[in-house]
Design a protein around this ligand. Structure first.
Ligand SMILES: Nc1nc2c(ncn2[C@@H]2O[C@H](COP(=O)(O)OP(=O)(O)OP(=O)(O)O)[C@@H](O)[C@H]2O)c(=O)[nH]1
Ligand SMILES: [Mg+2]
Length: 348
C-alpha cells in the first residue's frame, strides 16, 4: 500500500528578450552603423531535491512557477540581463511525471539533484548581427524566443513520522481528522479503520510531519486477532508513537498494557520506540475522573500521561509539540548518520 502526496504544477520558463534596433550616433562619425545589442535568455525552471522537506504541501498553495523574461537588447551593443531561473524545491524521493501522470520525467532521489524542466527562450539578435556586405544598415532585429510551458505532477511516497496506536475506539482517527486535512472514517464501534490513513500535521510552515492512523490493536493481534499487526509496518520507521488510551474506559491501565504487549510481540524495534502516553477523551471526564484515570495509567506505565481530547481540542497542541520535538531529533540523527564517514574494513 502506498500513501501518496501529489500536486499538479504549472511551469513556464522565461521568454527571451528581444534584440534591439539601434544606430551609433556620435559626433564626427558619419554613418555610425548598427549597434543594437542582443536580447538575453529567459530563465529556466529547475527542480531540486533538498533536505528537510518531507511533504509536497507547499505545492498545494503555490501551483504556478514562472521564470523571468530575459532583458531586451539595447543600443551601443548592450545585451539584456538573463532572466532569473525559478527553482522548485522538493523533498528527496519526489517523482516528477508528465501531465499524463505516468511518464516519469525525473526521480529526485538524492539530495542536491537538479533537473531542468523548462528551458528559457533564447534572446533575439540585435540589428548589429544582421549587418552584411549588402545591408550595412539593417533595420531589423529578432524578437526573443518564447519560453516553454508545461504541466507536471509531483508525487511523493509519504513515510509516517508519527504513529498513532491504541485499542479500537481509542479515538485515533478522530485525532488524525482533528489535526490534519485527512478525513478518516470515525464511528462508535471497534475496527472502524480497516486500512491506515495518513495526514500532514501543519504546526507552522516550518513544522510539519506525517501522522499515521492505523487500525486498532487488540489482545492477540500479533497472532492475527482482529486486524492483526500487519499495519504496524507503516509506523516502524516513525520517530515516535502516540499511544492513545480511551479515558472513558474504566480499565485504562489494562488497555495500555494490552497494546504494549502487542507492540512487544511484534518487535521490529517498535517495542523500543519512544512512546507518548496520552489519556484521550478527557472532555467526557470530570476533573476528579481525569486525575483518577491519569493516576491509574501513571501507576501502570511508570510515568505521567499527557491528557487530551481529539473532540474538544484540549491538550492536542501540547501532544503534537512533544511529537514534533521527537521528529526533529530523529531527523537530526538521520542526517548525522548520513554524514558520518564510512569506516573501511581492515584487511590483514
Ligand atoms: N468524548 C469523546 N469521544 C471521542 C473522542 N475521540 C473519539 N471519540 C469517539 O470515540 C469513537 C471512536 O473514535 P475513532 O476515532 O473512530 O476511534 P479509532 O481509535 O480510530 O477506532 P478504530 O478505527 O476502530 O481503531 C467515536 O464515536 C468518536 O466520536 C474524544 O476526544 N472525546
Ligand atoms: Mg479509526
Amino acid at each position: 500500500m502506498k500513501f501518496l502526496d501529489q500536486a499538479k504544477v504549472y511551469l513556464r520558463s522565461g521568454d527571451g528578450g528581444g534584440g534591439a534596433v539601434s544606430f551609433r550616433r556620435e559626433k564626427f562619425i558619419e554613418y555610425g552603423g548598427p549597434d543594437g545589442g542582443d536580447g538575453a535568455r529567459g530563465g529556466d525552471v529547475w527542480i531540486e531535491a533538498v533536505e528537510g522537506l518531507n511533504t509536497l504541501i507547499d505545492y498545494r498553495y503555490q501551483q504556478h512557477f514562472k521564470a523571468k523574461t530575459g532583458g531586451h537588447g539595447m543600443g551601443r551593443q548592450m545585451h539584456g540581463a538573463s532572466g532569473d531561473d525559478a527553482v522548485l524545491r522538493v523533498p528527496v524521493g519526489t517523482e516528477v511525471l508528465e501531465e499524463d501522470r505516468e511518464t516519469l520525467i525525473a526521480d529526485m532521489d538524492t539530495v542536491g539533484k537538479r533537473v531542468r524542466l523548462a528551458k528559457g527562450g533564447n534572446g533575439g539578435w540585435g540589428n548589429t548581427r544582421f549587418k552584411g556586405p549588402v545591408n550595412q544598415a539593417p533595420r531589423h532585429a529578432n524578437p526573443g524566443q518564447d519560453g516553454e510551458e508545461r504541466w507536471i505532477w509531483l508525487r511523493l511516497k509519504l513515510i509516517a513520522d508519527v504513529g498513532l496506536v491504541g485499542l479500537p475506539n481509542a479515538g485515533k482517527s478522530t485525532l488524525l481528522a482533528a489535526t490534519s486535512a485527512a478525513k478518516p472514517k470515525v464511528a462508535d464501534y471497534p475496527f472502524t479503520t480497516l486500512t491506515p490513513n495518513l495526514g500532514i500535521v501543519d504546526l507552522s510552515s516550518e513544522e510539519r510531519f506525517v501522522l499515521a492512523d492505523i487500525p486498532g490493536l487488540i489482545e492477540g493481534a500479533s497472532d492475527g486477532a482482529g486486524l492483526g499487526t500487519r499495519f504496524l509496518g507503516h509506523v516502524e520507521r516513525s520517530a515516535v508513537l502516540i499511544h492513545l488510551v480511551d479515558g472513558a474506559r474504566d480499565d485504562v491501565a489494562e488497555a495500555w498494557r494490552t497494546v504494549r504487549a502487542e507492540l512487544e510481540a511484534y518487535g521490529e524495534g517498535l517495542e523500543d520506540k519512544s512512546e507518548i502516553l496520552a489519556l484521550n477523551k478527557i472532555d467526557a471526564l470530570s476533573p476528579e475522573m481525569r486525575d483518577q484515570r491519569a493516576a491509574e495509567l501513571a501507576a501502570a506505565a511508570g510515568r505521567e500521561p499527557m491528557r487530551l481530547s481529539g473532540v474538544s481540542g484540549e491538550g492536542v497542541t501540547e501532544v503534537l509539540r512533544v511529537a514534533w520535538r521527537e521528529v526533529l531529533s530523529r531527523r537530526a540523527q538521520i542526517a548525522e548518520e548520513a554524514a558520518a564517514p564510512a569506516v573501511e574494513a581492515w584487511r590483514p
